[in-house]
Write a new protein. Structure first.
Length: 193
């Protein structure tokens, strides 16, 4: 079984930030179900980019690190938004407990939120998340922790896929409406003649 898991990990396509893979996250999970234990699969399939969705206990160390970092990032984002809205930050109930040990990434997040538009912010924050996952994965090779990091990366890319679909749907709707208006205008001209 260990050899099969090793070969499974080797067979996974490389993931690159900004390049949406052909395989969906659901297809990836279906393949994982054949190569990991039921307990491991339950953890993989329950993963989310939202740290609040992760269980409180018995997490592998790589997920504890991810959860702490993502929570700290979200706290930094909330603080920036609170300052913009002139809200008091003392005793705020919107802050989540965190180890608060990522000052460099916190500063980068504050810079991103202060200098960019909404979509640019989202993309830059996802890039920051990707870099953190790269860092977390750098010390794990061909073990379950590396599959956890791969799964989180897959979720980030799936988020990008959904954004592209939404943008495409919006563009299609705009084109359809324009074509419909043009057709009605042409029909009105023909009828009026």
């Amino acid at each position: 079984m260990p050899n099969a898991f090793y070969y499974f990990l080797c067979s996974l396509p490389s993931l690159h930030y900004g390049k949406v893979p052909k395989r969906t996250h659901e297809a990836f999970l279906a393949e994982c179900s054949q190569h990991v234990s039921p307990e491991q699969f339950a953890l993989l399939s329950s993963l989310s980019l939202n740290p609040a969705d992760l269980p409180e206990r018995n997490l592998p160390s790589v997920l504890v690190a991810w959860k702490d970092w993502e929570t700290d990032l979200r706290n930094a984002m909330a603080e920036v938004r609170a300052r913009r809205m002139h809200l008091s930050q003392t005793g705020s109930n919107w802050q989540r407990p965190t180890s608060d040990i990522y000052p460099t990434d916190r500063k980068r997040a504050e810079d991103i939120l202060g200098a960019m538009t909404g979509r640019e912010q989202d993309e830059a924050l996802d890039n920051l998340r990707w870099q953190k996952l790269e860092e977390l994965g750098s010390s794990h090779h061909f073990d379950f922790a590396s599959l956890l990091v791969y799964t989180l990366k897959s979720l980030l890319l799936e988020k990008a896929r959904a954004t592209q679909v939404e943008a495409g749907d919006k563009f299609f709707s705009e084109l359809s409406e324009a074509a419909e208006k043009q057709a009605l205008t042409s029909l009105e001209k023909v009828v009026s003649c």
